[in-house]
Design a protein around this ligand. Structure first.
Ligand code: MG
Length: 272
C-alpha cells in the first residue's frame, strides 16, 4: 500500500514536471497540503559498496581551483549571500589543516557559501569529510550538506555510513528525486571524493526545458548517478519545478541542524 502511494507521488511528480511551468512563474500550490515525507521514499536500498583506495586528484592544468586549502582561496572564490538582501560577503567558514569546515553560526557570517563565478556545464572535483559524532545524530541530521548545481539542483551530501534515511535523501542522491545506484561511503573521519559531471539545461523562450539538465556523480570511484536526468528544482516540500535560469554558482549547503559541520578540501572545476 505504502509503495503504491509512493509510486503515485512519483508519477505525480513527473506529471508536474512534464507540465513545465512558464518562466519565473512558480506554482506555489504544488506544495500546498503536502508534508516533507510525501516526497521521501525508503526502499529499495542501494547496495553497499566498499570503495577501493584512491589517490587524491590534484587539479588538471585547465581547471579553476576553487579551494586549495588556504583561507585566501576560500575568500577569493566563495561568498556568503544574505538571503534577505542578496548582498554577498566573503565566506567565513573555518579553515584549518587544509580544509574548510561549515560555519553554522549564521548570525556571524556562517551559512551557505557559493562561488563568485557562475558556471554552465562543468566537471567538478570536491572532497568532503563527515566528522565522527554522537549516535544521537541520525538520518538527515548526520553530516548533511550538499552541492547545488547552478544553485538550483542539490546533489546530497550526508553520512550514509550505517545511517538509515529515505533513499532519495542519501549521499549522492539528487535530493528528493533520484537515489544513488550504490552506497559508497567511507567511515566518518575519512575523506570522500565526489566527481560530478553536469550538463546544464537549455530553455525554450517560454521557460520550458528544451534540453533537460543531466548529472553523473562518482563517489570514491563508484558511479552513483549515471547521466541522470534532473527533473527540476530541489524542493524540500512538494515536487521539482521547472524554472528557467542561466549560468549559476556552485553552492555548498549549511544544513541548519545542530550536528557538527562537515569539512571540504581540494575543490576544482573544469568548464565543459
Ligand atoms: Mg543537503
Amino acid at each position: 500500500m505504502k509503495k503504491t502511494i509512493l509510486l503515485s507521488f512519483l508519477a505525480l511528480s513527473c506529471g508536474v514536471v512534464f507540465a513545465q511551468q512558464p518562466q519565473d512563474v512558480r506554482n506555489d500550490k504544488i506544495g500546498v497540503g503536502m508534508t516533507p515525507t510525501m516526497s521521501e521514499y525508503w526502499s529499495p536500498k542501494p547496495k553497499v559498496v566498499t570503495p577501493g583506495n584512491q589517490a587524491t586528484a590534484s587539479a588538471p592544468s585547465d581547471a579553476i581551483v576553487l579551494f586549495d586549502g588556504t583561507e585566501k582561496s576560500m575568500t577569493d572564490n566563495w561568498v556568503t549571500v544574505n538571503m534577505r538582501t542578496q548582498e554577498a560577503a566573503p565566506a567565513k567558514w573555518i579553515v584549518k589543516d587544509g580544509a574548510m569546515t561549515v560555519n553554522k553560526d549564521v548570525r556571524n557570517g556562517g551559512g551557505n557559501i557559493q562561488t563568485k563565478e557562475n558556471f554552465g556545464s562543468f566537471q567538478l572535483h570536491i572532497e568532503w569529510c563527515v566528522p565522527e559524532m554522537d549516535a544521537q545524530f541520525t538520518s538527515q541530521i548526520r553530516g548533511n550538506s550538499g552541492v547545488y548545481l547552478q544553485n538550483m539542483y542539490e546533489v546530497q551530501i550526508l553520512d550514509s555510513y550505517n545511517n538509515d534515511t529515505y533513499v532519495n535523501g542519501m549521499a549522492g542522491s539528487i535530493y528528493k528525486q533520484t537515489p544513488p545506484l550504490a552506497n559508497a561511503m567511507r567511515k566518518p573521519g575519512e575523506w570522500n571524493v565526489y566527481d560530478i559531471i553536469y550538463n546544464a539545461p537549455v530553455f525554450n523562450a517560454d521557460g520550458t526545458y528544451k534540453v533537460r539538465p543531466y548529472v553523473t556523480v562518482i563517489q570514491n570511484g563508484v558511479v552513483l548517478q549515471n547521466h541522470t536526468e534532473i527533473l527540476g528544482t530541489t524542493e524540500y516540500i512538494g515536487f521539482p519545478q521547472v524554472r528557467a535560469h542561466g549560468d549559476g554558482p556552485i553552492l555548498l549547503q549549511n544544513h541548519g541542524d545542530p550536528s557538527p559541520g562537515i569539512s571540504f578540501r581540494n575543490i576544482w572545476i573544469r568548464r565543459l
